[in-house]
Structures are given as structure tokens and as C-alpha cells.
Design a protein around this ligand. Structure first.
Ligand SMILES: Nc1ncnc(-c2cnn(Cc3cccc(F)c3)c2)c1Cl
Length: 290
């Protein structure tokens, strides 16, 4: 069975760049999130995949779900008789409860970088929020910023919105719950990561509400290196050009920057780059979850 292929007893709902979503035939409340070994950079899915990536990121998101004091969509064996998931997928598949998903990407930024840095250079703001003058790329923000985005149709880029706009979209009570939950989880996760010598620079949460209880529930993946930027705290403290190297994809990004003109399809990654990237994924998990 290939990732995009049929999965006996499961209906394929959606294929993301690196993950697939299925719903259980006959059980409308159960879904399956399957992480692939694919890696994406510069908005392209790269070849070949990184061996073990899907399993490592599934392990990481499970580890965070276990640690965070918020309800999440993961189904544990205690809830239901676990339906059959093929053995070759088991370590990179998550059985989850179907939620009523909210159309908000809940982004929290602890550091100024990426699209936030680009906007700041133009206007001194991030997602319309004014920041002190004189900040540089990679600087820690005075306090973590909640910068929501409106979920675009699958595959398109999300649209940064203000908190006030999020109120118009989901109502004041839900918008406030999303912001408060996102900032609280970011603070807790940042502290746990920092104890392990890892900086959580920014991350993106998705929430839904439980169809039966209405309780706000953490969905999708949580705090993986696909949904977050993780930096090495020691490298960051040392300063210099590599202080914001992402823990896992920097090797891929640097190789692509040196070997691809960003025109057309990216070249296949050489075996040595694949092996070094796989090692970096394992190192992040070893540092956080060991
Ligand atoms: N528990 C849930 N209940 C209802 N819907 C979702 C849901 C819908 N879309 N997504 C994004 C996504 C997650 C993984 C793989 C993909 F291909 C796409 C997640 C979830 Cl996680």
C-alpha cells in the first residue's frame, strides 16, 4: 500500500504534502492521520523521502500530546477497540477522534524570523502588531505573539489575520479560547524544550471542538518539526550565522540553496544529505523525548 493508495477499511479524505487523512468506513467518529517520510522545503515536496521521518514525527506529536494539559484528538486503546492499521503504517499513523475543526491556524511566535521578520523589515510590525524598533532576524520577542491565520483551501497559503478578524470568524469567546490555549501551550512547551537545550522559536496549532461536548480540543499534529521551528539553544547562544539553523531541515535547505536555482522542480537529494537529515530528525527526538 503506498501512502496515497487505498487503505483497507479506511476512506482516503485528503493528501497533504507530507501527510494523509483517512476516515473510518462505518465509524464516522474515527479518523487516521498517516505521516509519510516525505519532506517539503520551499513549498516543494522533495525526493527521496527521509527514512524514519514519518515515524519520528508521529512519536514527537504523541509525546507532546501526552505532556500537554489540554484535551487532544488522539484516540487511546482505552476509548475504543483499535481498528486494524496495517503493520507497516502503525508507527507513523495516529488514530484520532473526528472534531468540528476551526478555520484558524493558531500561530505563536517566540522569536522574530521567517515571514514575521520579512514583515517587520517592511513595517515594524508582525501580523499588524507593532514591535519595538531595532530588532534583528532571530531575536527573541519581548513576549510570545499570537498571530492567527485563516485556513486557506487545502494546498493554498493561509492568510494572516488580526485577532479582531478571528473574532469575526469564530466569535469572541472561541477566538479568546484559541488565543489563550495557544499561548499557554507554547509557554509550557517552550519551557520543556528549553530544559532539553532546544529553543521552540514558533509553532502552529489547529483546534477543533468535540462534536458531543463542544470542548476545545487540540487536533492535527502538535509541536512537530514540520509545524514548528526548533533551534539548538547552545548554537543560538553562541550567535553567528548558524544560530537559527532549523534542527532538521537546515541541511536540506542549505543543499538546495547551493544546488537549485528555485526554477522548476528541485533536484533529488543526494544520499549523504538524506542520511544527515535523518540523523538530525533522530537527534531532535532524542533530545526532546529521551
Ligand atoms: N481530528 C480531526 N477531525 C477532523 N478533521 C481533522 C482534519 C482535517 N484536515 N486536517 C488537516 C490534515 C491533517 C492530517 C493529514 C492531512 F492530510 C490533513 C485535519 C482532524 Cl485532525
Amino acid at each position: 500500500m503506498t501512502d496515497a493508495g487505498a487503505l483497507l477499511g479506511w476512506h482516503h479524505v485528503y493528501s497533504g504534502k507530507v501527510r494523509n487523512l483517512y476516515e473510518r468506513e462505518g465509524s464516522p467518529t474515527l479518523m487516521l492521520v498517516v505521516a509519510s517520510d516525505r519532506v517539503s522545503a520551499f513549498d516543494h515536496v522533495l525526493e527521496p523521502g527521509i527514512p524514519g521521518k514519518g515515524a519520528l514525527l508521529t512519536q514527537l506529536t504523541r509525546w507532546w500530546f501526552d505532556r500537554l494539559q489540554v484535551p487532544n484528538h488522539l484516540v487511546t486503546a482505552l476509548d475504543v477497540e483499535l481498528p486494524a492499521v496495517p503493520a507497516e503504517l502503525a508507527d507513523r499513523a495516529m488514530l484520532v477522534r473526528r472534531l468540528d475543526m476551526l478555520p484558524i491556524e493558531c500561530v505563536v511566535r517566540g522569536y522574530l524570523t521567517g515571514s514575521g521578520w520579512a514583515e517587520y523589515q517592511q513595517s515594524g510590525t508582525v501580523c499588524g502588531i507593532p514591535l519595538p524598533a531595532g530588532l534583528n532576524d532571530g531575536d527573541r520577542l519581548p513576549e510570545p505573539l499570537y498571530t492567527p491565520a485563516f485556513k486557506a483551501p487545502l494546498g493554498e497559503h493561509d492568510e494572516n489575520i488580526t485577532f479582531e478578524r478571528s473574532i469575526e470568524l469564530v466569535g469572541e469567546e472561541m477566538a479568546t479560547q484559541l488565543r489563550d490555549a495557544s499561548l499557554a501551550i507554547f509557554a509550557a512547551a517552550s519551557a520543556i524544550a528549553a530544559e532539553r537545550g532546544v529553543l521552540l522559536a514558533d509553532t502552529k496549532f489547529e483546534f477543533g471542538t468535540d462534536p458531543d461536548t463542544g470542548v476545545l480540543t487540540l487536533a492535527d499534529e502538535a509541536l512537530t518539526s514540520d509545524s514548528s521551528r526548533y533551534w539548538d539553544a547552545a548554537l543560538y547562544a553562541a550567535g553567528g550565522p548558524n544560530r537559527m539553523d532549523s534542527f532538521d531541515k537546515q541541511i536540506v535547505r542549505d543543499w538546495l540553496a547551493a544546488n537549485w536555482d528555485k526554477q522548476g522542480e528541485p533536484p533529488a537529494l543526494p544520499a549523504e544529505i538524506v542520511e544527515r537529515t535523518a540523523a538530525r530528525y533522530r537527534e531532535l527526538i532524542d533530545r526532546l523525548c529521551a
